[in-house]
Design a protein around this ligand. Structure first.
Ligand SMILES: NC(=O)c1ccc[n+]([C@@H]2O[C@H](COP(=O)([O-])OP(=O)(O)OC[C@H]3O[C@@H](n4cnc5c(N)ncnc54)[C@H](OP(=O)(O)O)[C@@H]3O)[C@@H](O)[C@H]2O)c1
Length: 237
């Protein structure tokens, strides 16, 4: 029997890419998986049917909806905050409202979701943020807001690890490098540039990222907290 049998897992932003791989992996390990989506109801419906998970429409950029949703779900053993947006461009041209929305989705949502989940989380629960290796290395222009948002998760996980540690709840960040998804296709125009920053010159697969998430959610990782793990082919090395 898998260690996740009977465990309740919520993945924010699970309809596509890395989030969908995380949903698949937990479902295959016997967990009861719920995931949120926003703009991809078709993908969400197919994934839910394929994995036996439940899809819930909720905008991670809407704080109050997110807090109310999480409060209504009952105790969660594992929360994974994967929803994130990129937003690249010249900072002099980027509309302030777009930057604020990026911060709401990439920073505010992880914080409020983690606190809302922790209210009912059993002792030994797990909170995992999907950050980015760009928190540790930002070798390209046009991504300052994005890298700032991912760096914020490192401080957030350290602080929340202290807040919830007495209950055995761990809080960690998984920081992917280039990973083959709609956000960053392995065959995209920037692939040579990105691979040039890496020791292992290829995109990761979403399944590789989900493996680290599942490890951090499992019993062998009970002493790991307040940590950030690059899984990036040496992008930040
Ligand atoms: N791919 C990479 O190279 C890479 C590298 C480092 C870090 N990351 C991080 O990994 C995470 C996943 O990235 P990805 O590459 O899988 O991206 P993706 O292919 O663009 O998928 C993003 C997922 O997040 C969901 N999402 C986005 N905004 C949302 C919102 N406001 N509310 C609810 N769900 C929302 C999307 O759902 P809908 O389509 O239903 O809206 C989708 O399921 C992100 O946090 C990203 O920053 C990715």
């Amino acid at each position: 029997m898998s260690v996740f049998e009977g465990k309740s897992v919520l993945v924010l932003g699970g309809s596509r890419g890395i989030g969908a791989a995380i949903v698949r992996r937990f479902a295959s390990e016997g967990a009861k998986v719920l995931f949120t989506y926003l703009s991809s109801p078709g993908d969400a419906e197919v994934l839910a049917a394929e994995t036996g998970s439940e899809a819930l429409r909720a905008d991670s950029g809407d704080r109050d909806t997110l807090i109310a949703l999480i409060g209504s779900l009952g105790p969660l053993d594992v929360l994974v905050v994967n929803s994130g947006i990129l937003g690249a461009g010249d900072p002099l041209d980027m509309p302030p409202n777009d930057i604020d929305r990026l911060f709401r989705i990439n920073i505010h949502a992880p914080y409020h979701a983690a606190v809302a989940a922790a209210r009912n989380m059993p002792d030994g629960g797990r909170i995992i943020f999907i950050g980015s290796a760009n928190a540790d290395r930002m070798p390209m222009s046009g991504l300052a807001a994005y890298s700032a948002s991912k760096s914020a998760l490192k401080g957030m996980s350290k602080g929340l690890a202290r807040d919830f540690g007495a209950r055995g709840i761990t809080v960690n960040v998984v920081q992917p490098g280039p990973t083959d998804t709609d956000m960053n296709p392995a065959k995209g125009p920037l692939k040579e540039v990105m691979h040039g920053f890496m020791a292992i010159r290829r995109h990761a697969t979403s399944a590789e990222i989900s493996g680290l998430v599942v490890y951090l959610a499992g019993p062998e990782a009970g002493i790991i907290t307040g940590a950030a793990y690059n899984i990036d082919g040496g992008f930040a090395a």
